[in-house]
Design a protein around this ligand. Structure first.
Ligand code: C2E
Ligand code: CA
Ligand code: CA
Length: 461
C-alpha cells in the first residue's frame, strides 16, 4: 500500500469543492453527505474548529477518531458500486447507532469516516474504538454473499492550541498505521497499536469461500475424515486427520478452503479445533483397542503462533492421551523457517514428546542433509513421486536412495498417494515402511475407519 504524505490530504477550505451558487440554495446539502447524512468533507474543517472551540479548557477532552473500511477497493471491484454502497451505508448506520448524540459524525471520503468525541479521555475513547472494531466487523450480506468487513481506526487526542487540520491529520496517520499493520486494528497517535484480526485483500471467489467457512463453523459443517496409513506388515500405523467442509452447495475441498483460511487468519481457529479433534480421536482409537497414532496437519500460520504449544498441551490434557498418540505433519519450508517463534515451537513440540513428520517431501527446496539436525522422525514422500512408479526407473532410484538416507538419520518413510498394487510393490522394494492412498482406502468418517479396520481384521482371520 503506498504511504500517503502530508501533502496528499489537505484539510484547508480551498482544497474542497468550489461553492457553486445554485448549491447554496440548500444549506444542509452543502454541509452534509447525502448518502449517510454525516457532515461532509467540505464542512469538516469548520465543524472540527467549532468542536475544539467548545472545549471548556483549551482543547481538553477532545479526541478525533478516524475510521477507514479495510479492503474497500477490493469490495468495490468485486461487488460493483451498489455492493460498495451497501457496505458504506451499513457502516455509517452502525457508527450512528453506536455513537452518542453529542458526537460529530463526518464522512471524509469514499470509505473514511471521522467521529469527533467530546468530554472523554484517551482510555475511554480507546475502549469505545475497540468495541467499534467489533461492531463494524459484523458480517453483512451483499449480493447473497456474507461479507466479513473490518475497519482500521486512528485516534488522536487534541493538544493544547492545536488547529483542526492538525488533529484530523494525526488521526488519519494513526489510521494509516493501523491499516499498514494489516487492518482491523486501532492505533493511537503517538502510542502503540492494538491488534485485532488481520485484514487481507480477498478476491470475490475467496470472499465466497470465506463466507462459506464462517457458515460451516456456525452450523457444524466442519469435520474430519481419517485416512489409514498401513505398514508393510499390514498393520495400521497411523491415521491422517483431513479436514472437511460441507456447504449448502456440496463439499468444499481443502485445496480451496485451507488457503483462504490461511489468508484470513481463520486457520488459527480451525487449527486449534483440529488439534483438539485429532487428540480426541486418538483417545477414541486407543479406547477401541487400536494402537495407531493420529497425524495432524499443521499450517505455517499455526506454527508461527505464540499460542501453539499451549494449544498442543491443552489438547492432550483435555483428551487424556500421552504424546505418543499423536504426530504433527509439517512441510519442509516450515521446518527450514528460522524465525524465532517457529523454531521455539518446533523445540516445544519435541519437548512435549510429540513426533514430527515432514509432509509432501520432495516438493520443497530442502535436502535431507539440511534437515538432519531437526527432530523429525518420519518422512512422507509426496504423491507426485509415487505417481511415477513403478515405470519410472530414475524416480524409483531417487526414492530408494532417499529412503536409505532417511533410515540412516533415524526416520521412518511413508509413501503418499499409493493407488495401485504396482506402486505398493515398488514402495516395498524401495524399503519404504508404510503407505497411504486409495489402494488401502479413501479418507473415512470416524465410524467408517473403525469399521474398515474391523473388516480387515475379520478378513485376515
Ligand atoms: P496432504 O496433507 O498432503 O493430505 C493428503 C491428501 O491426499 C488428502 O487430500 C488425501 O485425501 C489425498 N489422497 C490420499 N490418498 C490419495 C490417493 O491415493 N490419490 C490421490 N489422488 N489423492 C490421495 P485432501 O483431504 O483433499 O487434503 C488436501 C490438503 O489439504 C492436505 O494435503 C493438507 O495439505 C490440507 N489439509 C487437509 N486437512 C487439513 C488440516 O486439518 N489442517 C491443515 N493445515 N491442512 C489440511
Ligand atoms: Ca499431510
Ligand atoms: Ca502430503
Amino acid at each position: 500500500m503506498p504511504i500517503r504524505r502530508a501533502t496528499d490530504r489537505k484539510y484547508v477550505a480551498h482544497a474542497a469543492r468550489p461553492i457553486k451558487p445554485w448549491a447554496t440554495e440548500n444549506a444542509w446539502m452543502l454541509h452534509h453527505d447525502p448518502m449517510t447524512g454525516f457532515v461532509n468533507r467540505y464542512a469538516s474543517l469548520s465543524k472540527t474548529e467549532q468542536w475544539l472551540k467548545s472545549a471548556p479548557d483549551d482543547n481538553k477532552n477532545r479526541i478525533a477518531m478516524w475510521i477507514s473500511i479495510d479492503r474497500f477497493k477490493k469490495i468495490n471491484e468485486s461487488f460493483g458500486h451498489s455492493g460498495a454502497d451497501t457496505l458504506l451505508i451499513a457502516t455509517a448506520q452502525r457508527i450512528m447507532q453506536f455513537s452518542s448524540k453529542e458526537n460529530v459524525l463526518i464522512r471524509m471520503g469514499s470509505a473514511d469516516f471521522v467521529i469527533l468525541l467530546s468530554e472523554t479521555n484517551l482510555d475511554r475513547a480507546e475502549e469505545f474504538g475497540i468495541q467499534l472494531l467489533s461492531v463494524l466487523a459484523t458480517p453483512l450480506p451483499i449480493d447473497e454473499i456474507l461479507v466479513h468487513p473490518s475497519v482500521s481506526i486512528g485516534l488522536a487526542e487534541a493538544l493544547p492550541g492545536e488547529n483542526p487540520s492538525s488533529i484530523l491529520e494525526r488521526s488519519d496517520y494513526a489510521m494509516l498505521d493501523a491499516e499498514r499493520r494489516g487492518g482491523n486494528q486501532l492505533e493511537v497517535a503517538g502510542r502503540n497499536h492494538v491488534v485485532g484480526r488481520s485484514g487481507v485483500q480477498l478476491a470475490r471467489e475467496e470472499l465466497v469461500i470465506e463466507s462459506a467457512l464462517y457458515h460451516a463453523i456456525r452450523t457444524g459443517g466442519l469435520d474430519f475424515h481419517y485416512q489409514p496409513i498401513v505398514g508393510m506388515d499390514g498393520n495400521l500405523v497411523s491415521v491422517e486427520a483431513l479436514m472437511r467442509c460441507h456447504t449448502d452447495s456440496g463439499p468444499l475441498p481443502p485445496e480451496r478452503f485451507i488457503p483462504v483460511a490461511e489468508k484470513t487468519g481463520l486457520i488459527l481457529r480451525l487449527g486449534e479445533w483440529g488439534m483438539l479433534q485429532g487428540a480426541r480421536f486418538a483417545s477414541h482409537l486407543s479406547k477401541s483397542g487400536l494402537n495407531s497414532m493420529v497425524s495432524i496437519n499443521v499450517s505455517a500460520a499455526q506454527l508461527g503462533s505464540p499460542n501453539f504449544i499451549k494449544t498442543l498441551h491443552a489438547s492432550m490434557i483435555v483428551s487424556d492421551i500421552p504424546p505418543e498418540c499423536i504426530e504433527l505433519e509439517l512441510t519442509e519450508s516450515m521446518l527450514m523457517d528460522k524465525s524465532t517463534t517457529i523454531q521455539d515451537n518446533i523445540r516445544g513440540i519435541k519437548e512435549a514428546g510429540v513426533a514430527l513428520a515432514i509432509d509432501d517431501f520432495g516438493t520443497g527446496f530442502s535436502c535431507l542433509a539440511q534437515l538432519k539436525d531437526l527432530p523429525v522422525t518420519k518422512l512422507k514422500f509426496d504423491s507426485s513421486f509415487i505417481r511415477m512408479l513403478p515405470q519410472d526407473d530414475r524416480t524409483y532410484a531417487i526414492i530408494k536412495s532417499i529412503t536409505v538416507l532417511a533410515h540412516d538419520l533415524g526416520m521412518s518413510v511413508v509413501a503418499e498417494g499409493v493407488e495401485t498394487v504396482g506402486q505398493l510393490e515398488a514402495c516395498a522394494a524401495a524399503g519404504i515402511d508404510a503407505t497411504q492412498g486409495y489402494y488401502h482406502s479413501r479418507p473415512l468418517t470416524r465410524s467408517g475407519l473403525l469399521l474398515w479396520e474391523l473388516n480387515r481384521k475379520t478378513a485376515n482371520g
